[in-house]
Design a protein around this ligand. Structure first.
Ligand SMILES: [Ca+2]
Length: 341
């Protein structure tokens, strides 16, 4: 039997994080080694940790129930931007969807220490799925900057980071391939942030993202340029609803919740699950290599913080610019429907 890909997931436990996490936990070619939670993204930290632990019970496998879950950052590395209150409340309450029970296993209190211990002791290189912004891994790479042994360990033990985040603006890659930021559409008629150029994961913690970019580890960035080609459609929700297992029922409840359903077919993309699928099968997207830096300067009047800027001195990043939509849907449904514990 071929070896399964060892994966570490870092999540902010948004609705689409459940799609990504369950996809990887159910994938026969993947072995999830640990899940770190950030409280600087959508969910609040303690709720996020509890929700991930309880989500593990959806899978009928004691080994999966015991997957280590570690609590990470409570705040970004820079600034204090947050997701909207309503989005955070919905995430805390796991979109009104039901878990089978309460997972009693203890929570690991320090995600960065957990990750360092894991990397130092693991025998096989691991792939990192970063779907909650850069606040946890950014802090680890900040420490690695002052610790050559840790930096070497990271470079030897992490084969790739697949990160959902960012967008390359039309002014850099042309109107047809460009993607605008996604801060304003989420804020509706209360645009209390002026930023029109960034994507949420990078906007929340531009410094964390920059530390990840500068880690020296190969990075695939699953950007809005690719995810906007794969909307979450009503047809997909219906196909998911037709699958008879606990994870599919949970995901259907999430997508049908009053907090999510109005966005189906409109502004909700296959953000995090696309990144999870790309981790397993890179041919689902077309990537191009850019050298990029993350704009750090926050300007309250016309904010560009979190903008990805092509810069010859920047970090080399493989950016997903387009996606094979039909294959993305098909592959997702296949893994969810064919799961056996
Ligand atoms: Ca997320």
């Amino acid at each position: 039997m071929p070896t399964r890909i060892p994966v570490l997931i870092d999540t902010d436990v948004d609705f689409d994080d459940y799609m990504a996490m369950l996809y990887l936990l159910m994938h026969p070619g993947v072995n999830v080694q640990g899940i770190t939670v950030t409280g600087s993204g959508d969910v609040h930290l303690s709720h996020g940790v509890r929700n991930v632990n309880d989500m593990l019970l959806l899978l009928d496998d004691p080994a999966i129930h015991a997957t280590p879950v570690a609590a990470g950052a409570r705040a970004p590395m820079i600034y204090s931007n947050t997701f909207p209150y309503d989005a955070r409340k919905a995430a805390d309450e796991h979109y009104e969807a039901e878990f089978p029970g309460s997972n009693p296993k203890p929570v690991i209190r320090d995600a960065v220490s957990f990750l360092k211990d894991y990397l130092r002791s693991c025998r096989q290189p691991v792939t990192v799925l970063c779907i909650g912004g850069g606040s946890n891994w950014g802090r680890l790479f900040q420490q690695a900057g002052a610790d050559p042994e840790l930096r070497r360990c990271c470079q030897q033990k992490i084969s790739r980071i697949v990160m959902m985040g960012g967008n390359l603006l039309p002014r850099y890659v042309g109107e047809e391939r460009g993607a605008e930021g996604n801060i304003q559409p989420t804020l509706g008629d209360q645009p209390y942030y002026t930023n029109k150029v960034a994507e949420w994961n990078i906007f929340i913690d531009p410094l964390g993202a920059q530390y990840i970019f500068d880690s020296g580890i190969p990075i695939t960035l699953v950007a809005l340029n690719a995810t906007q080609q794969v909307p979450i459609t009503q047809a997909l929700v219906e196909q998911l609803a037709a699958i008879d297992n606990a994870p599919a029922r949970f995901l259907t409840q999430v997508l049908n919740s009053s907090t999510i359903a109005p966005g189906i077919g409109k502004y909700l993309d296959f953000w995090d699950p696309l990144a999870a699928e790309v981790l397993v099968d890179a041919s689902l997207v077309h990537t191009e290599r850019f050298t990029l830096r993350v704009e750090q300067q926050l300007d309250e009047e016309d904010d560009h913080s979190g903008e990805l800027i092509p810069d010859t001195d920047g970090a080399v990043i493989e950016v997903a610019m387009s996606a094979d939509r039909e294959r993305v849907y098909t592959e997702f449904l296949k893994v969810i429907s064919q799961y056996t514990a």
